[in-house]
Unconditional design. Structure first.
Length: 440
């Protein structure tokens, strides 16, 4: 048994600082070159545990616990769309999420959506209360939040406390107990709030240490893997590079080798094929050279890798990907069954189309949780059948198509397009409002 790196995603409302925070974590880690810096994966960045220890050194006398995990694997693309593609039957391959909230603004619609998605996929999360450098009177500086806190004026401390209190009450309304991290006794009951500034780098030591500690403490079972078992992964993205399609895969269990037979789900159903090429990312120092990835013969979980197969053009992001040794029919059944709960057809409800399995599943789940029925959940461009299906709906509120990241077409029924999940749903709510008003 080996303990793999926990897979971490960053979520939160637009402009609250997801990208800046991830960037700051990367830069802070890169600066610790002697301790190992970072390891670049495809689609993910690994911060080794030695580096986390080094960054967190100043606060180790306060937060004392032993770390046994090998590091943290951060998914490079923050946000719900990438998170959705990390799907796994009934859950997520993400082990923990960092929900970024601008502490001066509090909870916004996408924050709620992020927390809803975490709840739905049963992914524990911690809150990075960002932009503390903007708190009146706060003198923010790189490094430990706790150490810097002691230097602040009473007024600045009070301003922070007020904002934390607001967050705690907003979270309480959403059904969560939360508190600033150093006051928490049982992290399973209370969501940790870690004040940070992605701009100055304040709080990064606490955020990294706490993320590592919590992942290790509560997810050890999920992190124990058999290194030599047939690889299991999920397709994070399908990418076209110089006319060739590549699959960027997050491997969360076992091993995958060049030449292996693998199965994944495609536009027309399950596909069995062979791994023709396997690539990992070049070390960071060599980036910007001719190609950013190097061929390898095998990869062990957890890893972000690029896979080349003859069937890549048909693959779907969000699909499970399994190495097959001698259990082909069982795995095919498993994939088919799993996908049948995402791609389906029923009589009454909305027609929903999306370009990836993950986003389709996320949208349909949110609709269902709001009591909105779905008559067809499908992948790819809008077809005549989709239009007919929408037209034939008895209930007016279902005579519309929701289309996520697919091309616009002419249609007698209205189609709502977007490539951001929450905006698509907002537009549908607008549509419902207009229907109501027409009736008046
Ligand atoms: P995202 O949409 O959540 O990825 O947000 P971004 O990372 O793009 O940040 C949105 C804006 O907020 C940018 O102008 C950032 O420079 C700024 N920003 C992010 N984090 C901080 C912070 O900690 N302090 C301040 N003052 N600005 C920040």
């Amino acid at each position: 048994m080996k303990i793999r790196q926990p897979i971490i995603t960053i979520l939160g409302h637009v402009d609250h600082g997801k990208t800046t925070l991830l960037d700051k974590i990367r830069k802070t880690a890169v600066a610790q070159k002697e301790a190992g810096g970072i390891t670049q994966h495809i689609g993910a960045t690994e911060v080794p545990i030695e580096v986390i220890e080094k960054i967190a050194e100043p606060i180790r006398d306060i937060l004392k616990f032993e770390l046994k995990i090998p590091g943290l694997l951060f998914i490079d693309t923050p946000g719900h769309e990438a998170f959705s593609n990390l799907r796994k039957r009934g859950g997520s391959i993400a082990d923990l999420a960092i929900v970024v909230i601008d502490i001066n603004e509090g909870i916004m619609p996408q924050t709620k959506e992020a927390i809803e998605i975490c709840k739905q996929f049963r992914v524990p999360f911690i809150i990075a209360a960002n932009k503390i450098d903007k708190i009146p009177g706060w003198e923010s500086r790189e490094g430990s939040f706790i150490k810097n806190y002691q230097r602040q004026s009473d007024r600045a401390k009070q301003e922070l406390e007020n904002r934390v209190y607001n967050l705690v009450s907003q979270l309480y309304e959403l059904g969560f107990e939360s508190d600033i991290f150093f006051r928490i006794e049982d992290f399973r009951k209370t969501v940790a709030i870690v004040p940070v500034s992605a701009k100055t780098g304040e709080g990064i030591p606490e955020l990294l240490l706490l993320t590592a500690g919590l992942a290790q403490r509560f997810l050890t079972k999920k992190l124990e893997i058999d290194e030599n078992s047939p690889g299991k992964g999920v397709i994070l993205e399908k990418k076209k590079d110089k006319g060739i399609y590549y699959l960027d895969v997050i491997l969360y269990d076992g091993v995958i080798r060049k030449g292996d037979t693998i199965a994944f789900y495609g536009i027309e159903g399950p596909i069995i094929t062979k791994v023709r090429g396997l690539f990992k990312a070049k070390p960071l120092t060599e980036i910007r050279e001719k190609s950013n990835f190097i061929p390898v013969n095998e990869a062990h979980a957890a890893a972000g890798i690029r896979i080349l197969t003859p069937e890549n053009d048909k693959a779907l992001a969000g699909s499970p990907l399994y190495v097959i040794r001698n259990n082909q029919s069982k795995i095919l059944e498993q994939i088919k069954e799993e996908i049948s709960s995402i791609v389906f057809e029923e009589k009454e409800g909305l027609v929903v189309k999306a370009d990836t399995l993950g986003t389709l599943e996320a949208i349909v789940n949110i609709l269902k949780s709001k009591g909105i029925k779905v008559s067809k959940a499908g992948i790819g461009e809008i077809t005549k059948e989709d239009i007919i299906k929408a037209q034939s709906q008895k209930d007016e509120k279902y005579r519309v198509i929701l289309a996520f990241n697919v091309s616009p077409i002419e249609s007698p029924v209205p189609i709502i397009y977007d490539n951001v999940i929450y905006r698509l749903l907002e537009k549908y709510e607008e549509f419902l409002k207009q229907l109501e008003e027409q009736k008046k």
